[in-house]
Design a protein around this ligand. Structure first.
Ligand code: SAM
Length: 266
């Protein structure tokens, strides 16, 4: 039998549990993703991939501004997720995944402490986001794996992220042996940036890029990554550059150390 005082206590507990849920990040992320859906192109409408026009809609002035009009990726700074990137790059990553990899795959080499992986995964619940890092760089005190896990945990249980602590060549070999038909819609190579590493990092994925795909390339202020991207494009003419921004300072508050977006079928 439920007494009146028992019922009052149960209602109070329920109210407090609901308040907890409302305050939790996952609830907020979900709300934001519902808001984002309302900004998506309606079903069936072809996405606008005149890239210049798209960027001009998303920024007041994309080449100089420090942030886009939509500030959703500020969530990373608010949650103190440090990384080697800036809001413009985080937003563009998020937006490319939203437009090209819904119900598809994002793959990243060089997650470091997770800011770029989170930039893809947040608000993109239907995208499988695969991160790889062997923590061989920028890791003197060997804290990066712990920092990555702690940063991911700040957003509750993100079911769309998987992570491999391995050399990326080995991780990719194992992944595609297990899943030979897996195709990657958005690929972000942010591992070592020597010419050879960079070119290999783009070419190793050639059998696995989806027909319609995006490649994100960081640090193209440096001659080696820039030359590797250009040689990749020369050798693979079905790919083209959608965006290439170099900055005068490194790192710059708007586009860090330069950024390039390469695409095929778009
Ligand atoms: C420039 S940092 C990545 C920064 C990160 N994307 C961000 O935006 O914060 C490069 C990362 O690539 C990783 N890395 C370098 N060589 C690698 C390899 N062969 N396999 C896997 N990860 C590698 C390093 O451990 C390092 O964390």
């Amino acid at each position: 039998m439920v007494t009146k005082s028992g019922l009052v206590m149960k209602t109070a507990r329920l109210r407090s549990a609901l308040a907890d849920i409302r305050g939790s990040v996952s609830y907020r992320v979900h709300l934001a993703s519902i808001r984002m859906k309302s900004l998506c192109a309606p079903r069936g409408k072809k996405e606008d991939f005149n890239f210049d026009r798209l960027l001009s809609r998303l920024w007041d002035n994309y080449s100089t501004d420090d942030h886009p009009k939509d500030r959703r990726m500020r969530i990373l700074r608010d949650k103190r997720v440090a990384g080697m990137g800036v809001e413009n790059i985080r937003y563009l990553t998020n937006e490319m995944v939203r437009r090209v990899a819904q119900n598809g795959v994002y793959l990243e080499v060089g997650t470091y402490r997770g800011s770029s992986l989170l930039s893809a995964a947040l608000f993109n619940d239907t995208t499988r986001c695969i991160g790889i890092d062997n923590f061989s760089q920028f890791n003197k005190r060997e804290k990066n794996e712990y920092a990555l896990k702690r940063n991911l945990a700040k957003f509750g249980r993100l079911r769309n992220i998987e992570f491999y602590n391995k050399d990326y060549r080995e991780a990719l070999r194992e992944l595609f042996e297990r899943e030979p038909h897996l195709k990657v819609n958005v690929y972000y190579y942010d591992g070592k940036h020597s010419y050879r590493d960079q070119l290999e990092g783009l070419e190793v994925m050639l059998p696995h890029y989806a027909e319609r795909c995006i490649i994100l390339v960081d640090d193209i202020n440096w001659p080696d990554p820039e030359r590797a991207s250009e040689d990749f494009l020369r050798k693979n003419p079905s790919f083209r550059t959608l965006l290439k921004i170099k900055t005068s300072a490194t790192p710059a508050p708007n586009w860090w150390n330069g950024f390039q977006v390469i695409a095929r079928g778009i």
